[in-house]
Design a binder for this molecule. Structure first.
Ligand code: GLC
Length: 561
């Protein structure tokens, strides 16, 4: 058992911009986070992961950095940062920072230099290419809509951006650039960061022959994924960073890696790889999503959930470690996507949390999930903030390819802004997030869903999270224990045992609103067990000597065997 602080702790991801605004400008900030550290500590949180806080013109909310060694004006100052680190460490909590090193802002001084001329010393920090007869070098479309190339008049060449045109991609083949990035990482380690989440890290290398991608039906641009994602050279860059900057054995390094699943994750996290400790995958992002953004598809428990979740569990028996998370700032709200955010809102949010805290890996609570925050209800186009909402609106609706109605429904089901609305602290105006006007609209359901109410209600989702976190801390079997799946073919119930030495725990959840029967496996003796936690009242001894019992909608139970 290879013990590590980052395996045993529970993490919390705060989208700083939306967490807590201390100065009334409508944007969350570092001092706002400091004000809430006791709340997090009380919940049982050990590590805080913050989305990017570096200086940025905020085209993509901080994922476009213009100074890697300073703090974004809206978020505070370096001294606020130092105070945050002190306050965290005093509470025995750790800080995980977002490291956005695949690209910078086009307002970064290096890019400003780079675009000045073809022979500028910074030219090669980025990826420049000449056009083809007045059109971009190839047909790649970027992730946020539009071409992946932007023409620059000064030199008459194009630069590559796989995200927005205000996020030019770095050229990691350039040694000076790599040295600069190591300097950035050392700088934050020296200032107290305990770990990093490396943004879009499997994109560091691109195919420099720039072939055209296949244009799929209904699409305007060519698909570039295989030319910009998970190329073999990425491993070299990661090993170099591990060897030269992440070599203390203390810091945790997590990579965000699209296109990676439990079957191939070990290429980054395997024991002898010396690359990453964990990866943030995209396995749960599209659960329930139909062919097109406005279409839904019923969840297939075996294919969509069990195969993926259990796949990660079993893989970890051999090597690697994974974060346990169903939401982040790039997807929609957990309970809206994977549960029921209406009738069984409370039950389903608790059921999903039960899975998150009883599987092997490090749980990452996405801010607001602990109170069951939902997708943004009743948003109109103007209420969205993600630039891609508008770029794609032009590309699809204005071009007559998709109706306005479907497009809006698509945003409700898939927009990242669903997960970026202000934290719902109480039922006062702006949900207690700010004394000013929030940068993005508060979800109108804040009067029903907020921290203040849930702290006073023993049956709340928040209280259930607290209980789950405490349970995980008291039971190393939940952290390090083996994972033994039961009734694998059941398409309504997910159940498994976690086992470490002589400690055995049984987890049973009903993933849907029907009432299926749980057949107790022969080798599981519930008559000697103790029910530790459940999202329903279970009568004492209710399952004694029975071979089976019925589960209520979204019911979840944890037993000690
Ligand atoms: C990652 C981030 C996302 C951002 C993108 C560009 O995918 O998680 O929010 O837009 O990288 O930096």
């Amino acid at each position: 058992m290879d013990r590590k602080w980052w395996k045993e702790g529970v993490a919390y991801q705060a989208y700083v911009r939306s967490f807590n605004d201390s100065d009334g400008d409508g944007i969350g900030d570092l001092r706002g986070i400091i004000e809430k550290l006791d709340y997090l500590k009380d919940l049982g949180i050990d590590m805080l992961y913050l989305n990017p806080i570096n200086k940025s013109p905020n085209e993509d909310n901080g994922y476009d950095i213009s100074d890697f060694k300073d703090i974004m004006d809206e978020f505070g100052t370096l001294s606020d940062f130092d105070e945050l680190v002190r306050e965290l460490h005093q509470r025995d909590m750790k800080l995980i920072m977002d490291l956005v090193i695949n690209h910078s802002s086009d307002e970064h001084p290096w890019f400003i230099e780079s675009r000045k001329s073809k022979d500028n010393p910074y030219r090669d920090y980025y990826i420049w290419h000449s056009g083809r007869n007045g059109t971009p070098p190839n047909n790649w479309g970027c992730f946020f809509g539009g071409s992946a190339w932007e023409y620059d008049e000064t030199s008459g060449e194009y630069y590559l951006h796989i995200f927005s045109k205000k996020q030019p991609d770095f050229n990691w083949r350039n040694k000076n650039l790599r040295e600069e990035m190591k300097g950035v990482i050392r700088y934050w380690i020296d200032r107290g960061a305990d770990g990093f989440r490396m943004d879009a890290i499997n994109h560091l290398e691109k195919d420099h022959s720039f072939p055209n991608g296949i244009v799929r039906e209904g699409e305007v641009y060519g698909d570039f994924i295989k030319y910009v994602q998970n190329l073999p050279e990425v491993h070299g860059y990661l090993k170099e960073l591990r060897k030269e900057v992440f070599n203390s054995g203390y810091h945790v390094v997590i990579g965000e890696t699209g296109g990676i699943n439990h079957e191939n994750a070990f290429i980054y996290t395997g024991k002898d790889r010396n690359e990453l400790d964990m990866i943030f995958h995209f396995d749960m992002h599209s659960v329930g999503r139909g062919e097109r953004p406005w279409e839904r598809k019923p969840i297939d428990l075996i294919q969509d959930i069990k195969k993926k979740m259990s796949g990660w569990q079993l893989r970890q028996e051999e090597e690697g470690w994974c974060p346990l998370f169903y939401s982040n700032h790039d997807t929609t709200r957990t309970v809206s996507r994977m549960g029921d955010d209406e009738k069984y809102w409370r039950e389903s949010a608790k059921m999903l949390a039960t899975l998150q805290f009883t599987q092997k890996g490090t749980p990452f609570v996405y801010y607001g999930d602990e109170i069951g925050m939902t997708n943004a209800k009743g948003f109109e186009l103007k209420d969205y903030r993600d630039p891609s909402a508008f770029i794609k609106h032009r590309e699809l609706v204005e071009a007559g390819l998709v109706s306005e109605e479907n497009y809006l429904l698509g945003l409700y089901y898939t927009s990242r802004d669903n997960s970026r609305t202000p934290m719902q602290w109480d039922d006062s105006q702006t949900a207690g997030f700010s004394t000013g006007t929030p940068w993005i609209k508060v979800n109108p359901n804040y009067k029903k869903i907020n921290v203040k109410d849930q702290l006073q209600d023993q049956q709340s989702i928040l209280m259930y999270y607290k209980a789950l976190i405490a349970l995980r801390k008291d039971n190393p079997a939940l952290v390090y224990g083996n994972f033994i799946e039961l009734n694998k073919e059941h398409n309504k119930i997910y159940s498994y045992i976690r086992e470490l030495n002589d400690s055995r725990m049984l987890i049973v959840v009903n993933f849907f609103s029907n009432e299926p029967i749980f057949e107790i496996p022969k080798n599981v003796h519930l008559e000697h067990s103790k029910l530790l936690l459940s999202n329903y009242k279970v009568e004492a001894g209710g399952q004694d000597n029975k071979a089976a019992f019925k589960l209520r909608p979204y019911e979840a139970r944890i037993y000690r065997l």
